[in-house]
Design a protein around this ligand. Structure first.
Ligand code: TRP
Ligand code: SF4
Length: 333
């Protein structure tokens, strides 16, 4: 039944927050019920921008895997692994590099954006230019049909398709299916200040924050700024950031009541945000419990990763052998 494959990855660059949980992982959890899913830690991709301080990457990778298991990615259903443990990605990347025109890489809008946004880093490297070629290898080595990604990643997906097309055309065999992006509707999670939740904006609630930190952070959350006093009627749906977060944690009935009470100037923001904080805390509690269970069994955690790596490796090896045979026209290599 699960004959279609889904693949996605995340760079290990720091702790996960509610934006990752509702914007990405909730979707991954849904997909693992319907597809054969491959989810991996893109640690080589992290290295393209973090090459000056690479020692942090393994720590972040481990943490990321732990958080994935914490939120419910299930190693019985999905293949969960670490990119750098599967050397086959690197070999396929090398083969792809031979026929990928440099102009395709230079005109990639995500590449230009990132160079712009990360001006404090020297990204005029060969590795960074080749980022999407490595990403194409990640995707194509599992012959993925669908790749859940955000819109920022669409140019990379398009490049992956072009690389697949070029390989199939040059060597006259349909080795690689053309992967489709999966732009599922995902929750937009506002940060404390109303901008998109992001670690670099300092407006995030992390999955590892403790209860009191969460309560404190939510009390600082921006509400309807045109409502300085409780006696002023509010407009939660259009003007309140806290309410946007409330939407993710409340039933339609609860939301209707908040809207009514806020508009009638009967509900104050402090009380409202207290209620929100309790909802967030109770939603995260089961995650914290699962996390401490996993942490209490380090061997089990290790086994999960080893076994995920092995499953991924055996799939990757087959594709790589097939690709090389088609390319060189002999099995000798
Ligand atoms: N570039 C992706 C990001 O920054 C991470 C990534 C690497 C990825 N390889 C991938 C995502 C393959 C999907 C498929 O988010
Ligand atoms: Fe927002 Fe709640 Fe304050 Fe209304 S009462 S403005 S919904 S925080």
């Amino acid at each position: 039944m699960k004959d279609k494959r889904v693949l996605s990855g995340m760079r290990p660059t720091g702790p996960l927050h509610l934006g990752h949980l509702h914007g990405v992982l909730d979707n991954w959890l849904r997909l693992q019920e319907q597809y054969q899913c491959f989810y991996f830690v893109a640690d080589w991709h992290a290295l393209t921008t973090e090459y000056e301080s690479p020692k942090r990457i393994p720590t972040f990778s481990k943490e990321l895997l732990l958080e994935w298991l914490t939120v419910g990615l299930n190693p019985e259903k999905s293949i969960i692994f670490i990119q750098s443990a599967i050397k086959e990605h690197a070999e396929l990347y090398l083969l792809f590099a031979m026929f990928t025109p440099v102009s395709w890489l230079e005109r990639n809008p995500t590449y230009k954006d990132m160079i712009q946004n990360l001006q404090h880093k020297d990204l005029a490297t060969y590795g960074f230019l080749g980022y999407p070629v490595l990403q194409a290898a990640d995707i194509l080595i599992y012959k993925a049909h669908h790749v859940p990604v955000g819109v920022d990643q669409l140019p990379h997906l398009e490049l992956t398709r072009e690389i697949a097309r070029r390989f199939n055309f040059l060597y006259q065999q349909e080795v690689f299916p053309l992967p489709e992006p999966l732009l599922s509707k995902v929750a937009k999670v506002p940060g404390l200040d109303g901008r998109k939740m992001s670690k670099s904006y300092g407006n995030a609630i992390f999955l590892t924050d403790d209860e009191d930190t969460i309560r404190q952070k939510i009390q600082t959350m921006v509400t309807d700024t045109q409502r300085p006093r409780k006696s002023d009627p509010g407009d939660p749906e259009n003007r309140c950031v806290a309410f946007q977060l409330m939407r993710l944690y409340s039933s339609p009935e609860e939301l209707a009541e908040i809207v009514a009470e806020c508009k009638a100037a009967r509900l104050g923001c402090v009380a409202c945000k207290k209620c929100l904080a309790e909802k967030v805390v109770s939603a995260l509690k089961p995650l914290w419990e699962r996390r401490s269970q996993i942490e209490a069994q380090p061997h089990l955690f290790e086994e999960i990763i080893i076994s995920g790596n092995e499953k991924a490796r055996s799939f990757a090896r087959q594709t790589l052998e097939e690709a090389k045979e088609v390319l060189f026209g002999t099995k000798w290599y």
